[in-house]
Write a protein that binds this ligand. Structure first.
Ligand code: SF4
Ligand code: SF4
Length: 282
């Protein structure tokens, strides 16, 4: 019996190595593995949102991530960030689909949950959650921790990651959940949010007015400059900051200047304004 368990564990480790290499060859930058039981262990949502409920064969959820380039995100709301968002979403679904097919070829049942789970932003105004949360899946797969701003913060890219999940009946060696909270509670996300959607300062994860956020997104979508992304743009966490830097003052001033309609300092904001002046409606 013990020999069988060891053999099963070894097979799980070998399969994991193959899948990490495969996902890497498709372009995934982060890959994590969560056993389906972790959802019940942490018990942070109704059971109907657990992966075994969403796709009943599930024993492992594989979470894939792609980074959001800071300089493109900095221009938000803009057509440049809007197109980046669409490109990353397309790539993620493609990678997840290919990985599920690869698992099928190996004889495992596998499907994927697309990176977004709603038809249009107008749906989120009344019902702001999808049928499955990639953010919690990323946490249970050891990719990071959930920040004050409700996003998954990773060591590598802070909250600047887009996620997708593959569900399989393969039993794969799980990754450990990150014990150290990556959010430093600086509250920059709260201070810079254009709709002031985060309403608490004391809690680990903010109280959030999701309707306000969704309504703002609907407005941005009508101008072709969806989504917002300010709460991930300003977050100082992430090794990507050592590549691109962090201009906290520029982020902090932007909201005030916008509110006063005087975001016109050519020295400091000229690059973002130039992009924002093209390709979207005012
Ligand atoms: S996406 Fe924008 S509006 Fe929504 S919470 Fe984040 S900063 Fe605020
Ligand atoms: S901006 Fe600060 S408070 Fe907000 S998620 Fe990042 S580290 Fe946490």
């Amino acid at each position: 019996m013990a020999d069988n368990r060891m053999a099963g564990k070894r097979a799980g480790i070998t399969l994991k190595k193959q899948l990490v290499a495969k996902a890497g060859s498709y372009g995934a930058r982060l890959v994590g593995f969560a056993p389906a039981e972790r959802w019940a262990e942490y018990n942070e949502m109704p059971a109907s949102y657990f992966p075994q409920h969403v796709f009943p064969h599930t024993r492992t959820v594989i979470v894939l991530a792609l980074p959001v380039f800071i300089p493109m995100l900095d221009t938000t709301p803009s057509i440049v960030y809007s197109e980046l968002y669409a490109t990353l979403n397309r790539l993620l679904d493609e990678m997840a689909c290919k990985l599920a097919l690869h698992l099928n070829n190996k004889g495992f049942r596998a499907v994927f949950f697309p990176r977004d789970g709603y038809g249009d932003i107008s749906v989120l105004i009344d019902k702001p959650q999808a049928a499955f949360s990639h953010v919690f899946a990323g946490k249970y797969a050891g990719l990071g921790t959930i920040g004050y701003n409700h996003t998954l913060l990773t060591r590598e890219y802070g909250p600047r990651v887009r996620l997708v999940s593959v569900f399989t009946d393969a039993e794969i060696e799980p990754d450990a959940v990150c014990e150290k909270d990556l959010c430093i509670k600086c509250l920059l996300c709260k201070r810079c949010c254009p709709t002031s959607a985060f309403t608490s300062a004391g809690s680990l994860i903010a109280e959030m007015d999701k309707r306000k956020c969704a309504e703002y997104h609907a407005e941005l979508k009508s101008k072709y400059s969806y989504p917002c992304g300010v709460c991930i743009k300003v977050c100082p966490v992430g090794e990507d900051r050592s590549l691109y830097g962090m201009n906290k003052g520029k982020y902090l001033k932007e909201k005030n200047l916008k509110e006063k309609n005087s975001l016109a300092n050519p020295e400091e904001y000229a690059d973002w304004i130039h992009i924002r002046n093209h390709g979207t409606k005012k």
